[in-house]
Design a protein around this ligand. Structure first.
Ligand SMILES: [Cu+2]
Length: 281
């Protein structure tokens, strides 16, 4: 029986492993869900790479093996000990070895889950040295963004209503302004809210962080490939909760600098002045 279980587990795993490839067809839009998608979106950040590994190659096989084992055991009991085959049931009430095993083995399994799980949590939690900071503020019902390192660029980001969408823009995910980020850089995100609890979530980045009024939460995000990545507010925040999407536009660092210069010009922000050199004059 163990052999067939193993084959079943491998078959199911193969299905899951192939699921991510669907997204690769469109190079530009990288972070979006697809029809009939199984499993997660393709990993775009180091955190999501680890989440993929932890789920696909650790938790999921474990769940499949445990579920198959329990289902198999129940099937075996239903047949072997049905009334017609076993009219006189055994009156045994305990078995020390079995009891030690069914207590001890689950404990070992849980310890086996806790170790990589905590390792992953700490990896997410500890922000490496960041290249820049972005502040995301949740509002009923849109997001505002600030770039303190780029002279305080700030803007609001609203949903583009369905009747104003251009061809190829996904409904309920497209926003009028995007969070533009440089590829391959560590971004330190500060997340807060101006009214109720929202949640800044980007599945491909492995991010879901609550935006709580009066409190600043943070996370780090490093997206390696330029492209468009979609997310949504993921905390029930009121009537338009489903209408405050997140659209991240990751560009090459050079294109990002161009965007920054553009934004600064539009907002009338003086380009960064080197204070040290000014003081020497
Ligand atoms: Cu919200």
């Amino acid at each position: 029986m163990t052999r067939s279980l193993l084959i079943f587990a491998v078959a199911v795993l193969a299905l899951f492993a192939g699921a991510g490839d669907v997204l690769a067809q469109d190079a530009e839009v990288r972070g979006i869900s697809t029809d009939w998608q199984w499993g997660f979106q393709d990993a775009a950040s180091p955190i999501m790479v680890d989440i993929h590994w932890f789920y696909d190659w650790y938790l999921l096989p474990m769940m499949i093996i445990i579920s198959a084992f329990v289902a198999g055991l129940m099937g075996y009991i239903f047949i072997k000990f049905r009334r017609s085959a076993n009219p006189k049931p055994s009156r045994n009430t305990n078995n020390t070895l079995l009891e030690v095993l069914w207590t001890g083995v689950p404990i070992l399994i849980l310890i086996g889950i806790v170790i990589p799980s905590l390792r992953l949590l700490y990896f997410e939690e500890i922000v490496p040295e960041a290249d820049m900071t972005v502040v995301a503020t949740g509002n009923q019902w849109f997001w505002s963004y600030e770039y303190p390192d780029q002279g305080g660029i700030e803007f609001d980001s609203f949903l583009v209503p369905e009747d104003e969408l251009e061809a190829g823009q996904p409904r309920l995910l497209t926003t009028d302004t995007q969070v533009v980020l440089p590829a391959g850089k560590v971004i330190h995100f500060l997340v807060t809210s101006s009214d109720v609890i929202h949640s800044w979530a980007l599945p491909a980045g492995g991010i879901k962080t609550d935006a709580v009024p009066g409190r600043v939460n943070d996370f780090w995000l490093e997206i390696s490939d330029p492209g468009i990545y979609y997310g949504q507010c993921s905390e029930l925040c009121g009537v338009d909760h489903g209408y405050m999407p997140i659209m991240v536009d990751v560009r090459s660092p050079e294109d990002f600098d161009l965007w920054v210069a553009d934004q600064q010009a539009a907002l009338g922000i003086e380009p960064e002045v080197d204070l040290a050199s000014t003081a020497q004059d």
